[in-house]
Design a protein around this ligand. Structure first.
Ligand code: MG
Ligand code: ZN
Length: 382
């Protein structure tokens, strides 16, 4: 009788263990991954990806911004960190077009190429693919929206300066949300088309810098949304540009409502690069600190959402920027080796489901492959 009772008890324990094998694992705790092979089944797939590109944002730009910001950045919350090799197919020193095309299309291409490969053939971008698969998509930039970095996610052009052609490509997709400068490439064109009117007739709510402050512009959920923030290039942050943070407060929430399949959003801090070209340390630092505030806003969304992977990186470093002896946490004594880009490896910061796949050292094109893999567009290859 006593033995029978013990046997029953034992069976009950075995049964309950089988039924609830993970009961003791606290929620939020990472399951240990079996060693020796990448556990393909264990990839936590994000529903949404927000790719943030600080143009020209090397480690020195980040460091200078951090010290001047009181020795603190939102970037410090990222635990999965890697490095990418930024060279293009035509030059060890990439430009922003080839750099962004590597992220958007997964190909090494020549400097100046927008969404085309080294043979000038168009390559489908991750934004276009996301759109085809029913995800919502968005672009936000502090340059004109047809400038190299945002353009490479939506357009296909042999040369980056073909701004009017690039603007036309915005009508070939159903991008849900875009914010940036460059209004004149849409409505003051050589072909005399008014692309803003065409966007409106395609169901876009189109706002321009003539409208009220962006903070008061409320995108409706019924339509796609476009905000052209300047006729040409937007002002530097220190001269009064202020739309980045309000745009980022809106973008992920808007996109989340647009599709229950998820979204892809690219946000660019465009002018960190321009501070580097100008060898202007203050310019770099003010743009860097604003970009980090944008990162903070995105993290706020990602933490509440729980299904969003955030990746922060740069296309390349600009200026050969250095923090020289004599610098303090309050004042950087800068040095520069160039007024162009440099070839140093670039940090990649990832947060959220799938972030661990962004650790290590890899080509810039691997960022495209990793994003597609964690999205579930293709199996993880490594
Ligand atoms: Mg750029
Ligand atoms: Zn540049």
């Amino acid at each position: 009788m006593r033995n029978a009772f013990l046997l029953l008890l034992l069976l009950a324990i075995v049964f309950s263990c089988k039924k609830y094998p993970k009961k003791d694992v606290p929620t939020g705790y990472e399951q240990p991954v079996k060693t020796s092979k990448v556990n393909k089944g264990a990839v936590k797939k994000p529903k949404n990806i927000i790719l943030m590109i600080g143009d020209g944002m090397g480690l020195t730009q980040i460091t200078a911004g951090m010290y001047i910001n009181g020795n603190k950045l939102n970037l410090e919350e990222f635990k999965s960190i890697g490095l990418h090799k930024s060279y293009s197919s035509s030059d060890l020193i990439t430009d922003s077009a080839a750099g962004a095309t590597a992220f958007a299309c997964g190909v090494k291409t020549y400097n100046g190429a927008i969404g085309v490969d080294a043979d000038t053939m168009p390559v489908k971008t991750i934004l276009e693919e996301a759109e085809e698969r029913g995800l919502a998509t968005g672009l936000v930039a502090t340059s004109s929206i047809v400038h190299a970095t945002p353009a490479s996610f939506i357009a296909h052009a042999k040369q980056r300066k073909m701004y009017e052609d690039i603007a036309l490509d915005f009508l070939d997709t159903e991008i849900d949300f875009f914010v940036g400068g460059g209004k004149k490439y849409f409505d003051q064109r050589e072909d005399e088309r008014d692309l803003l009117a065409e966007l409106r007739s395609n169901g876009y709510q189109v706002s321009t810098y003539f409208d009220k402050d962006f903070r008061t512009v409320k995108p409706t959920t019924a339509k796609n949304f476009a905000y052209l923030t300047a006729n040409g290039e937007p002002l530097p942050q220190r001269q009064g540009r202020s739309y980045l943070i309000p745009a980022i407060e809106k973008a992920p929430k808007f996109l989340k409502k647009r599709s229950d399949k998820g979204f892809f959003l690219m946000i660019e801090g465009s002018q960190i690069d321009w501070g580097g070209h100008a060898n202007d340390s203050e310019y770099i630092i003010t743009e860097m600190i604003e970009f980090d505030k944008a990162i903070g806003e995105v993290l706020k969304f990602a933490k509440a959402d729980g299904e969003t992977l955030v990746i922060v990186t740069a296309d390349h470093e600009t200026g050969g920027y250095a923090i020289n002896p004599g610098s303090t946490m309050d004042k950087i004594e800068p040095g520069f080796t160039s007024d162009y880009h440099t070839g140093v490896m670039i940090p990649v910061f990832a947060y959220g489901p799938g972030a661990e796949y962004f650790r290590g050292i890899y080509e810039n094109t691997a960022i495209y492959e990793k994003m597609r893999a964690v999205f579930g567009f293709e199996p993880m290859s490594n």
